[in-house]
Design a protein around this ligand. Sequence first.
Ligand SMILES: [Zn+2]
Length: 187
Amino acid sequence: MRCLLCAKLSLSFICRECREAIEVNPRLHNLRDLRAITFYDYDDIAPLTNAKYYPFGSFALKQLAIKAFKPFFSELKLDNKAALIPIDDRVGAWYSHSAVLAKFGAAGIVTPRFGRLRARSKDKYAGQTLAFRQSRPRRFVFKDFEERDAILLDDLITTGTTLLEAGETLEKNGKTALFAVALTRAQ
Ligand SMILES: [Zn+2]
């Protein structure tokens, strides 16, 4: 096969050189009352988030999660154990790779909890405007988990509308949304 980033022949979806070369560049984003941290520059990983590479993309996402999220969560200091909540992690949902990221990115005091926030809305949000997103909320179904504190996880932040709605859903159910993490933010 060929590396998805440099197109050289490779035994994996991102060749070793590209995997080592992609820079982890943490950034803080203030999404109204929720803080979010992203780990990669959009241009560096955009080819991997392209749906046309599905299902291969999930293998590449695994590698990105191990490189960025795992060290971050290993070093993280929290007062209590926290749940890591992948947003809308439906099996077979090609547009959501959050479960893959949570599975391979969690470490230390963060435990992935799957299927806790799933959208009722079947609308497709990719490429849509802020107005569209705000007019059609995801209407998350919440399922309880044992930790009180939670960290939200998504693959990509665009407007931040989804993360804010997810955070509000947690808070309404008595949880504390500490912050959110994502691979990158679309420009
Ligand atoms: Zn490569």
